[in-house]
Ligand binder design. Structure first.
Ligand code: GLY
Length: 563
C-alpha cells in the first residue's frame, strides 16, 4: 500500500500541446511513435512542428530548447547552459553534449571577497561577477551540425516567431515575475519582462523582438553569430559594466564537449545518464548500486524509503568529497560507480536506524543548486532520443540583458563553491574541488537520463537543484517496480530528499501520512516539511513491444496548488 496521501492530485498533462500559430501536434486517436514532454505547451508544440517538417528528435530538441528560452525565460535560455543526452537509433551512438557554462578567465578572488576576506554579498548571484560564459547557443549549433537533419533556419523558426509575435503568458510566468518584480525592475535592461514596469498578469502578450533577431542571427551565422561580433560585444560590455571580467577570448574559445555518459545496470535495466561536470549521474549510479544489495518494497513504504534516504546520504557525501569539473580535478568515477564500492559504502547501512551524517568522515558539504531549471524529453518514430536539462540558474538569472540582444544572462557562477566555509544561496557550504578557476565548469546536479528495460525506454529528467537526483531516483525505482509504466504516476509521485547535509529528510508538504512520518522518525531521521512542492519532471516512454510512445509533464509545472 502506498503510504502517502495525494492531496489535490490532478491528472497530468499527457503530451502537453496547444494549437498555436498553426503548429500541428500529434493527431488524437492514432498510436503515436514519437513523443515530447517539455515544461511549456508552446515549446512542446514547437518540437512537434519540427518533427512534422521531417526533423528528427535532435532537431526537435533544438526547437524546444529555443522555444523554452522565449516562453520560460526565467528558467533557461541562450544566456545559460545545459546537458543534452543523445541516443542515435541508427548506430546506437550515445553521447552527452556538455554545453555547461564556463568561468570567465578574468575572475579572481577579489571579485567575490573584500579586503578582509569577507564574502561580498550577492557577488555570485547578481551582476557581472555572477555570469558564466553561456553554452546553450554552442550546444544547439553543435547538435544541428552533427546530429540534426534540418538547418537552424528551420529549427529555430518556431521560437523566433514566438519571440517576435509574442505569446500570452501563463500563470507560472505571472507568479514568478511577481516574485521577482523588484529584481526585474532594477535589473540591467530586464524591464522587458514586465508590463509597464509591473509584473504582468496572466494573458499579457510578451513580445521579445530583440531575442527574435538574436535567434535569427544564430540561425544564419551559427557559433560566430553568438560568440563573435555584435552580440559578443554587447554581452562583454553589459557584463563588465556590471562589475564582471569577461574577455573576448572567453567567448571565442568556448567549446561544447562531447562526453561519454555514465552507464550502469540496475536489476536488469540499463541506465544511461549525465556525466561530470554534473554530479547527478554519478549520484544516481551510486544510490542504485547501494540499493541493489537490499530487498526493496515499494517507494512510499517507510522501510524502503529509509534505505533510499541512507543511499542518498552516502552518495551526497561522496559528491562533496570528490566531484567537480573533470577537466580540472581528477575524479575516480569508475571506482565511485563500481559494484564493489557500492557494496562497501552500503555496508554500514542499518535497516532500523539512520546513520548520522556527522558520523561519516568530515567533509566540506555539497553544493545545493537552484530550482530554476528546465527539462525536455523527446523520442522520434525512428527511436532517436534526447533528454536535456538546461538552466540559467536562479529565477531570471543574473538580471542582465545586454542591450539590443534579448539574451538574459545566467548566474551559474553560484554553482561554484566560493570557499568551504562560505555558504551559498541555500545556506550550505561548498567543496574545495568545485572552487572557481578560469574556464572551469561549475558542478551541476542536472540528471538527464535514459532507462532501458524489457518494457521499453524511459526518458526523463527534472529541474530542482540537488533535489533533481532524488526526483529521478524515486521515479526510476517506481518505474522498475511496475509491470506497466504509469507515466502520470511517475511525474506526480510525492517526493522526499536527503543530501548528507543538512542532516534531515525534506518532504513535500501534505503528501505523506502521519504514519509514514512516524515510521521514518522512529528510525532516527529528522523530517522537515518544505513550504512547497518541488520539481517539474518531463518523462517520455517508448514501448519495446509496439513502438508506441507517450509523454507526461509534471502537474507541479501547472501550478496546481500543491504549495
Ligand atoms: N544550476 C543548477 C544545476 O546546474 O544543477
Amino acid at each position: 500500500m502506498m503510504a502517502f496521501t495525494q492531496i489535490l492530485w490532478r491528472r497530468v498533462t499527457i503530451v502537453s500541446f496547444v494549437a498555436f500559430f498553426g503548429f500541428v501536434g500529434p493527431s488524437t486517436g492514432a498510436q503515436q511513435t514519437a513523443a515530447i514532454a517539455a515544461a511549456h505547451p508552446l515549446a512542446t508544440a514547437a518540437g512537434y512542428a519540427i518533427l512534422e517538417r521531417g526533423g528528427n528528435a535532435f532537431d526537435a530538441a533544438i526547437a524546444i530548447t529555443a522555444a523554452l528560452a522565449v516562453v520560460e525565460p526565467y528558467s533557461s535560455g541562450l544566456g545559460g547552459g545545459g546537458f543534452f543526452l543523445l541516443h542515435r537509433a541508427g548506430d546506437g551512438v550515445q553521447v552527452m553534449v556538455d554545453a555547461r557554462e564556463t568561468a570567465p578567465s578574468g575572475v579572481t578572488n577579489a571579485h567575490y571577497f573584500d579586503r578582509d576576506g569577507k564574502p561580498i554579498r550577492g557577488a555570485s548571484i547578481r551582476g557581472g561577477t555572477a555570469v558564466a560564459i553561456p553554452g546553450v547557443p554552442a550546444g544547439l549549433v553543435h547538435i544541428a551540425e552533427r546530429y540534426g537533419r534540418l538547418p537552424l533556419t528551420v529549427t529555430l523558426a518556431p521560437a523566433t516567431r514566438l519571440a517576435r509575435e509574442g505569446f500570452p503568458i501563463d500563470v507560472r510566468y505571472a507568479r514568478i515575475a511577481k516574485l521577482r518584480e523588484t529584481f526585474l525592475q532594477s535589473g540591467a535592461n530586464t524591464q522587458g519582462f514586465l508590463d509597464k514596469g509591473r509584473a504582468p498578469s496572466t494573458g499579457f502578450v510578451l513580445k521579445q523582438p530583440e531575442l527574435a533577431a538574436t535567434l535569427e542571427r544564430i540561425a544564419r551565422y551559427g557559433f560566430a553569430g553568438f560568440y563573435e561580433g555584435r552580440l559578443a560585444d554587447a554581452m562583454i560590455e553589459a557584463v563588465n559594466q556590471a562589475g564582471g571580467a569577461w574577455r573576448r577570448a572567453d567567448l571565442t574559445s568556448y567549446k561544447v564537449i562531447e562526453r561519454e555518459p555514465v552507464r550502469f545496470n540496475y536489476r536488469g535495466a540499463r541506465i544511461t545518464t549525465a556525466a561530470l561536470p554534473s554530479a547527478g549521474g554519478i549520484a544516481l549510479a551510486q544510490c542504485l548500486g547501494m540499493l541493489e544489495g537490499f530487498t526493496l518494497g515499494q517507494v512510499g513504504e517507510a522501510s524502503t524509503d529509509h534505505l533510499v534516504i541512507e543511499a542518498l546520504r552516502r552518495a551526497f557525501h561522496d559528491r562533496a568529497r570528490y566531484l567537480a569539473d573533470p577537466d580540472f580535478v581528477q575524479v575516480p568515477v569508475a571506482r565511485l560507480i563500481s559494484a564493489d564500492y557500492a557494496r562497501r559504502r552500503a555496508a554500514d547501512i542499518d535497516l532500523t536506524h539512520a546513520t548520522r551524517s556527522d558520523a561519516l568522515e568530515a567533509v566540506e558539504t555539497a553544493h545545493f543548486e537552484s530550482h530554476d531549471t528546465t527539462h525536455l524529453s523527446v523520442v522520434d518514430s525512428e527511436g532517436n532520443r534526447v533528454a536535456a536539462t538546461i538552466t540559467i540558474n536562479l529565477l531570471f538569472g543574473a538580471g542582465i540583458v545586454p542591450v539590443g540582444t534579448g539574451i538574459l544572462l545566467n548566474n551559474e557562477m553560484d554553482d561554484f563553491s566560493l570557499r568551504p566555509d562560505v555558504p551559498n544561496a541555500f545556506q550550505l557550504r561548498g567543496s574545495i574541488a568545485n572552487r572557481i578557476e578560469p574556464r572551469k565548469r561549475p558542478l551541476s546536479s542536472m540528471t538527464p537520463t535514459f532507462v532501458e528495460d524489457d518494457k521499453g525506454v524511459l526518458i526523463l529528467g527534472a529541474p530542482g537543484g540537488s533535489r533533481i537526483v532524488s526526483q529521478v531516483l524515486l521515479a526510476i525505482l517506481q518505474y522498475l517496480q511496475s509491470p506497466d509504466p504509469d507515466l502520470e504516476g511517475l511525474v506526480s509521485m510525492p517526493r522526499y530528499h536527503h543530501q548528507f547535509w543538512p542532516d534531515l529528510v525534506e518532504i513535500e508538504p501534505n503528501r505523506y501520512t502521519p504514519e509514514w512520518r512516524a515510521a521514518i522518525a522512529a528510525k532516527g531521521h529528522a523530517i522537515q516539511s518544505a513550504n512547497r512542492a518541488w520539481g517539474n519532471m518531463q518523462a517520455v516512454f517508448k514501448a519495446k513491444r509496439d513502438g508506441v510512445a507517450q509523454a507526461a509533464s509534471d502537474p507541479r509545472g501547472e501550478d496546481v496548488g500543491w504549495y
